[in-house]
Design a protein around this ligand. Sequence first.
Ligand SMILES: Cc1cc2nc3c(=O)[nH]c(=O)nc-3n(C[C@H](O)[C@H](O)[C@H](O)COP(=O)(O)OP(=O)(O)OC[C@H]3O[C@@H](n4cnc5c(N)ncnc54)[C@H](O)[C@@H]3O)c2cc1C
Length: 302
Amino acid sequence: MNLCKIREIMPGLCKTFKENESLKEYTRLRIGGETPFYIKPLNWDSAKKIVKILKEENLPFKILGRGTNLLIYDGKLNFGVIHILNIEKKLEIENQFVRTSADVLLKETANQTFSRCLSGMEELSLIPGTVGGAVCTNAGAFGKEFFDIIKEINLINYSGDEVSLKPEEVEHFYRKTNIKDKGIVKSVLLKLKKEDEEVIQKKKNEFRKARETKQPYKERTCGSVFKNPEGDFAGRILEELGFKGKKNGNVSFSSLHSNFLIAEKNATFKEAFSLTEEAKMKAKEKGISLEYEMEIWKNEPA
Ligand SMILES: Cc1cc2nc3c(=O)[nH]c(=O)nc-3n(C[C@H](O)[C@H](O)[C@H](O)COP(=O)(O)OP(=O)(O)OC[C@H]3O[C@@H](n4cnc5c(N)ncnc54)[C@H](O)[C@@H]3O)c2cc1C
C-alpha cells in the first residue's frame, strides 16, 4: 500500500493520523489488529476531502464508529480506517425534530430528547454505539428500529460531496442497510413526539431493567452475535445446542444470554471466530441458518 501522498496531506486534515495503529482499543471486544492507516478527521469538511483523496488514491478503508458491533481480525489488516466519533458533534432540537451528527453517541442523543419531553428513543437509548453506526446497522431493540424515526439522512458520498436521502431511498431491513454503498453517514433528522415526562421515564426504566437483568450489558461484548431467525430467537437456539456459557480459550458465550459473546483479557480473533463458526455449523446440522448480526472485519482479497 503506497501511503506517500496521504502521509503528506493527512496531518493537516486530521485530529489524528497514525500508521500501523492497532484497532484493539477502539472496539468493545478489545480484539483487532494493526491497520495501515488510522484517520480521525478534524471536522466534517476535512472528512469530505479525506474520503475523496482515499478514493482517488485507491486506498481501501472502512468506517469505524464506537466499535460495539465489530469482531476484527487481529493480524495485519489490509485496509485503513476513518474513525467517525467525537469529530464535530452537533445536536439540534426544534419542536419534534432532532438533527444529530453521526459522531454523537445514540445514548447522548436519546438523553437530550428525553430532557425535552420527546418520546421515540426509549427502546434505543441503551444501544451503546454512535448515531452513524445505528443508521448503518438499522439498530433496534424491543420492537423499535432506528429507521422508524428517521426522516432524512445526510451522507458524504465517495466523491466527497454531501447528499441528502429520504429513508425510503435506502434499503433497510432487520439490522441491515445498504447505506455504505452510498457513502458515510454525516447526520440524520429524526421525528419524535411530545410526551409526558413520567411516561417517558417509565418506558426508559422498563427497557433498562430488561437489559440489565437479561443481558451481560456491561461486559466486553458486541451485542447479539446472530440475528434472530424469523419466529425464533438465536439465544434460545444456541442454548438448545449447548452453547450457553460455552468457552473457547478467553472467549465464551454468556451464561446470562447465550447470544452474547464475552471476551476476556487476551482474547483472540481466532478464539472468537472459531467458537461462533462452530455454533453456526451445529445450527446448520439441525437445518437452522444463523446469520451474523455482529460484523466481522477480515482482510479482503486485494
Ligand atoms: C452491550 C451491547 C448491547 C447491544 N445492544 C444492541 C441492541 O439492542 N440493538 C442493536 O441493534 N445493536 C446492539 N448492539 C450492537 C451495536 O451497539 C449497534 O450495532 C450499534 O449501532 C453500532 O454502532 P457503532 O458506532 O459501535 O458502530 P461500529 O460497531 O463501529 O460499526 C458498525 C457498522 O457501522 C458502520 N458505521 C459506523 N459509523 C458509520 C458512519 N458514520 N457512516 C457509515 N457507516 C458507519 C461501520 O462501518 C460498521 O459497518 C449492542 C452492543 C453491545 C456491546
